[in-house]
Design a protein around this ligand. Structure first.
Ligand SMILES: *[C@@H]1O[C@H](CO)[C@@H](O)[C@H](O)[C@H]1NC(C)=O
Ligand SMILES: *[C@@H]1O[C@H](CO)[C@@H](O)[C@H](O)[C@H]1NC(C)=O
Ligand SMILES: *[C@@H]1O[C@H](CO)[C@@H](O)[C@H](O)[C@H]1NC(C)=O
Ligand SMILES: *[C@@H]1O[C@H](CO)[C@@H](O)[C@H](O)[C@H]1NC(C)=O
Length: 508
């Protein structure tokens, strides 16, 4: 009797003290993310494949998901680093240790992570490829595992760190971690060159992945809410805009969404913004900021997704310039500084460690502006100042619709990302933010319109603005009450800046 009691107590203790339960950091829409990557298929072909159709019943099909470029490697790098650095080839690359990744963001919140790569000979293996399984060895294929499908090892911030390298394991390790219930909270998986479809066919890979996923999608497979993404690195056809198929499955997907489609615009940068949004993570200050969040997650958190401003011209077929680029006529030698002023989908600023590392470049131009704009080899990233310029105008009142149309047109001609107007009663107030030259030009234009009692109590100057999400950016807004105007200023961290300029008490 006593021994039975002790036995039960032991069982109880063992479960209470289980290390896996203790370390799971809950997210807003899911507690674990597993992304599994297949190779080189076009959306139109994947969605009619029969094994894929089977899986579709268990998930949400993302119909407007675009890979970043060609060939494979830059797409993998983008999903963890928020940029692909202009890369346009698959050979060994290294990214300096002062460039951060998703790993830094996750570790900041003690969220476990791992990469599992089929055929990887040992933890943290860094060579270009493995020699593969004996049955595949010469004279036939020998490269099962390839470094180009493992984004982590190319970042020095990971490969200089033995503890981090130990998180890069083989697919056999995934199976044992799954069996033991210790799968990390953020996982990327690449099957080998046969199972991912690279050296085989579309249906070879989808059949393999269907079998692989079955146990993961079974009821009770995971105790925590788990989101499983099946995605492709890029399309096979290099002449089309690179739309791939991506499917969200797992017990984190609301039941009513199974078998549905989601037409929100995504790229692989959306993986980063979705993690930031789900766990309230800081951001990388790169293209992670402004990328749409997976819609069912955005619905749970209230994050406003929008199409990128250049959505009509997306063609992610050729890499934009960057330090890892070989072929673009525009040459760039250095890794761009992150934009330290951005607020990401987690509602948080750039990771403190990044701000610290890059503080000497806090005033340098950067291609990252949080707008969600998508760049390619024909539509190059534009380098702009990090400090937004802001200006405040007051007039007696703003009522003429005709004049207001001209104000709006000028804002769009000068590409101001955000303008706010208080129209109707007195006083009329206008706020604008953007690049220095643009804000200057717009203010002179408005002055020329001869509004009654025109004043510019805040002349165009660099300012610390909390740029919220891209949804609030990229717009020309008109409000009718001063209270509402004040609310928008507060959202941007400009409460006392505008109140004192208007002569309102700045103490409240
Ligand atoms: C290896 O290549 C030979 C000749 O092309 C072929 O007959 C054989 O089936 C291949 N073996 C494997 C395991 O693919
Ligand atoms: C896959 O194809 C590449 C050439 O594209 C070849 O070098 C490699 O050995 C093949 N790997 C396997 C496992 O068949
Ligand atoms: C996209 O870019 C590729 C490569 O330059 C080109 O072949 C293709 O025509 C472009 N497609 C569109 C729709 O612009
Ligand atoms: C980042 O690292 C690169 C390569 O080592 C170096 O050239 C650059 O100056 C560094 N920048 C900062 C801000 O640390």
């Amino acid at each position: 009797m006593l021994s039975l009691l002790i036995g039960q107590l032991g069982l109880l203790l063992c479960c209470l003290l289980s290390p896996t339960d203790a370390t799971v950091v809950p997210g807003r829409a899911f507690d674990r993310f597993i992304s599994i990557w297949l190779e080189n298929q076009d959306f139109d072909k994947v969605v009619v494949d029969s094994a894929f159709a089977d899986l579709k019943r268990f998930g949400i099909l993302q119909t407007r998901y675009y890979a970043q470029t060609h060939p494979s490697q830059p797409n993998y790098l983008a999903a963890v680093g928020g940029d692909y650095w202009g890369l346009d080839h698959d050979e060994v690359v290294r990214i300096p240790s002062n460039v951060s990744t998703i790993v830094d963001l996750l570790e900041r919140k003690d969220i476990s992570w791992g990469g599992y790569f089929e055929g990887m000979p040992g933890p943290g293996y860094m060579a270009e490829a493995s020699v593969g399984r004996p049955e595949n060895q010469s004279p036939n294929g020998t490269w099962d595992y390839v470094r180009k499908h493992n984004p982590f090892v190319s970042y020095d911030s990971i490969n200089f760190n033995g503890r981090r390298l130990l998180n890069l394991l083989s697919l056999d390790d995934f199976q044992s971690d799954f069996a033991a219930g210790v799968v990390p909270q953020f996982v990327m998986i690449s099957p080998d060159m046969l199972n991912d479809g690279h050296n085989t066919t579309l249906d070879y890979a989808t059949n393999w992945v269907r079998e692989f996923l079955k146990p993961l999608l079974t009821d009770g497979a995971f105790a925590e809410k788990t989101l499983v993404q099946l995605t492709y690195d890029e399309t096979e056809d290099y002449t089309k805009p690179n739309r791939i198929a991506s499917l969200l499955m797992g017990n984190a997907v609301p039941k009513k969404l199974l078998g549905t489609t989601d037409d929100t615009f995504y790229t692989h940068f959306s993986i980063l913004s979705t993690m930031e949004n789900n766990w309230g993570l800081p951001n990388l200050g790169r293209f992670d900021v402004g990328a749409n969040v997976f819609q069912f997650v955005a619905d749970a958190t209230g994050y406003p997704n929008t199409d990128p401003p250049n959505v009509a011209n997306i063609n992610n077929s050729i890499s934009y310039p960057g330090p890892l680029n070989r072929n673009h006529p525009t040459k760039l030698m250095t890794f761009p500084p992150p934009n330290l002023k951005l607020t990401g989908a987690g509602g948080e600023p750039v990771l403190e460690a990044i701000a610290q590392t890059w503080k000497s470049e806090a005033k340098s131009d950067t291609p990252y502006d949080g707008s969600g704009r998508v760049y390619d080899g024909d539509d190059l990233p534009v380098y702009k100042g990090q400090g937004l310029f802001t200006a405040l105008i007051r007039t007696h009142h703003i009522t003429s619709r005709k004049k207001l149309q001209r104000v709006r047109k000028a804002a769009s001609q000068h590409a101001l990302p955000f303008v706010l107007i208080r129209s109707g009663g007195s006083p009329g107030i206008m706020y604008a933010e953007g690049a220095e030259a643009d804000v200057n030009a717009w203010v002179s234009f408005v002055r020329g319109l001869r509004y009654k009692d025109f004043q510019c109590p805040r002349k165009p100057a660099a300012n610390m603005v909390l740029v919220p999400s891209q949804a609030i950016q990229g717009s020309f807004e008109e409000v009718t009450s001063v209270t509402e105007f004040g609310h928008r200023m507060e959202q941007r961290g400009l409460a006392s800046w505008w109140k004192s300029a208007m002569g309102y008490s700045s103490s409240t």
